[in-house]
Design a protein around this ligand. Structure first.
Ligand code: C2E
Ligand code: MG
Ligand code: MG
Ligand code: MG
Length: 291
């Protein structure tokens, strides 16, 4: 009896897995069509200078405009795109689209940068450097206006090759940021060998800066390290004025988060560039942290 029950549990479990595998296969097939038919859109989230709360640039974040299911966030399809290798053509589309969008944002007085998330499989491609250069030239964007966001973990596979390619791009002026910094396993000696300009402090630490837990110490340590290594530090996922004030007091260079703006469509990004993000008046209204 017990054995029978066990069996049926296994059967249910297996059919559940089966359904999940089928679902993944379906999405994978749809993704192929979506790339061909360009069913993707980019949304743009500003990064602000914490001292002035002025926009320094935007991060391009991809969404899938699914014909039946509506606008899908990256978490629903990026992992499948990575597993299937489709992230390579999708990533190329994102890069080219983002470079074109960045050109439309340039004015005589504003030169916002564009940050593009890059998956490990893209950097591993032999023609990655050529692709980035071609995307820049095709759009007519200065290399200095482009930032490539990579994660710590992605460099562990083909470290030498990846470092070489990123260094080549940096030598022509492209900036490199480490995304979600602090969540990976990179040692300090490893970090010092990476061709990097910017550290993005992961949201999980930024969430905790005012709560008295260890996130504040980790954030302070990352900012201090960034300063020593002459890197720009960007706090991700800032939602509260208190967090922004704390970060400003800790001399973090830049901030990004819903406090200033969610990721928005290109037209709305243009509007933000003209009107600015809502100012928090951090210096005057909120006392700086005791230190
Ligand atoms: P990420 O690069 O770390 O991007 C930050 C994510 O945090 C974005 O989610 C953004 O909308 C969200 N975010 C920003 N500020 C706040 C805030 O104040 N509160 C909260 N709760 N969230 C905030 P999104 O757009 O869903 O993207 C998730 C992840 O998907 C990205 O994390 C990135 O790893 C990946 N991704 C997005 N676009 C691309 C792409 O074009 N290529 C690749 N390879 N990955 C991408
Ligand atoms: Mg990012
Ligand atoms: Mg991030
Ligand atoms: Mg993140």
């Amino acid at each position: 009896w017990a054995k029978d029950r066990g069996k049926s549990t296994v059967a249910v479990y297996e059919s559940g897995l089966h359904a999940l595998a089928l679902e993944k296969m379906a999405i994978r097939g749809e993704l192929q069509v979506a790339i061909r038919e360009q069913q993707f859109v980019l949304h743009y989230q500003p990064t602000v200078n914490l001292a002035t709360e002025t926009i320094t640039g935007f991060e391009a974040l991809v969404r899938w405009q699914h014909p039946l299911r509506g606008l899908l966030p990256p978490a629903t399809f990026i992992p499948i795109a990575e597993q299937s290798g489709l992230i390579v053509p999708l990533g190329e589309w994102v890069l080219r689209e983002a470079c074109h969008a960045a050109v439309t944002m340039q004015t005589p007085v504003q030169h916002p940068t564009i940050a593009v998330n890059i998956a490990a499989q893209q950097v591993v491609q032999n023609d990655f450097v050529d692709l980035v250069i071609d995307a820049l030239e095709d759009a007519g964007l200065e290399p200095q206006q482009l930032t490539l966001e990579i994660t710590e973990s992605m460099l562990l596979d083909d470290m030498a090759g990846a470092i070489e390619r990123l260094a080549a791009l940096r030598s022509i002026g492209v900036h490199v940021a480490i995304d979600d910094f602090g969540t990976g396993y990179s040692s300090l000696s490893y970090l010092s060998r990476l061709p990097v300009d910017i550290l993005k402090v992961d949201k999980s630490f930024v969430d905790e800066v005012c709560s008295g837990s260890h996130g504040a110490s980790v954030t302070e340590a990352i900012i201090a390290m960034g300063r020593t290594m002459r890197l720009t530090t960007v706090a991700e996922g800032v939602e509260l004025p208190e967090q922004a004030a704390w970060l400003q007091g800790a001399a973090c260079t830049m901030g990004q988060g819903y406090l200033w703006s969610q990721p928005v469509e290109l037209a709305a990004a243009h509007h933000l560039l003209r009107s600015g993000v809502p100012r928090q008046r951090l210096r005057t209204e909120i006392p700086r942290p005791n230190r």
